[in-house]
Design a protein around this ligand. Structure first.
Ligand code: G1P
Length: 271
């Protein structure tokens, strides 16, 4: 099973920091943000992470490539702990596909259609970090309990944030698990069926990938993953795992990125 990480965005909210450096490569405590997400995918049962990159963001690929010269230099200087880390990161199983036009999240995911080879797949959005890796394994369990159904993670959000996210309609079927009946991307508060927001961790059936092939632009003029999820409900079941704030760290804005750094640094120091 593959884990897909879309990374072709421009990082507009972080300009000028992201003018020459991808947002995904910004430091979070001791490693680039995207490394947390790659490690989460591989720790959650993916045999390979597929980064949906843009051609300009070569530093992401350099980060996950082996660098034997650097490793040799570090070892010659007795810096084995650094050498080990550099070696480990360079050997993580990561491959790349390219999104050449910014046509939306749904379009980005479909760029990896061939790589997923008609199998279920994870989508991990890089704006949220789950360093304890406790969300995807639970999603896998729920999927297995429901015959391989798609499962998404959702987070309750206050009313004023509802219009920033995908929002689900559904019913709770067991504590913390909802059966999804519909999804709507960035609804107005008065149109929102709940306050459960799509959080950025998805375990999806291959049918979603097929539906993305014909998806049309909607909200914001973009091809939305949320629309394909809503469409697949006519044919297949989908469940939502309700997570809590402590499960994930949002790094999507400068404020939340700083807060995530502080929280993760405090955790690292207390270990
Ligand atoms: C995307 C999804 C949205 C989801 C959000 C989570 O939106 O389209 O459904 O709730 O990620 O971060 P974006 O943040 O790319 O606008």
């Amino acid at each position: 099973m593959k884990a897909l990480i879309p990374a072709a965005g421009m990082g507009t909210r972080f300009l000028p920091a992201t003018k020459a450096q991808p947002k995904e490569m910004l430091l979070v405590v001791d490693r680039p943000a995207i490394q947390y997400v790659v490690e989460e995918g591989l720790a959650s049962g993916a045999d390979e992470v597929v980064i949906i990159n843009s051609r300009e963001k070569v530093s992401i690929e350099k980060h996950f490539s082996p660098d034997p010269e650097l490793v040799a230099t570090l070892r010659a200087r007795g810096k084995d702990a650094y050498a080990d880390e550099v070696e480990r990161v360079g050997n993580l199983n990561v491959s790349y596909v390219y999104q050449d036009e910014p046509l939306g999240l749904g379009h980005a995911i479909h760029c990896a259609a061939e790589a997923t080879a008609d199998e279920p797949f994870f989508v991990l959005l890089g704006d949220v970090l789950v360093p304890d890796n406790n969300v995807c394994p639970k999603m896998l369990e729920i999927s297995r309990a429901h015959g391989g159904a798609s499962v998404i993670a959702v987070l309750p959000v206050p009313d004023e944030q509802v219009s920033r996210f995908g929002i689900i309609d559904g019913v709770e079927v067991e504590e913390g698990v909802w059966k999804v009946n519909g999804l709507v991307e960035k609804p107005k508060l008065e149109d929102a069926p709940s306050n459960l927001s799509v959080f950025g961790r998805y375990l999806l059936s291959p049918r979603v990938m097929e539906l993305l092939a014909d998806a049309k632009p909607t909200v914001g003029g973009e091809i939305q993953l949320t629309d394909a999820l809503d469409a697949v409900l006519k044919e297949e079941e989908m469940y939502a795992l309700v997570i809590s704030e402590e499960d994930g760290f949002d790094t999507g804005t400068i404020e939340t990125w700083l807060a995530a750094n502080n929280a993760l640094y405090a955790r690292k120091m207390s270990k």
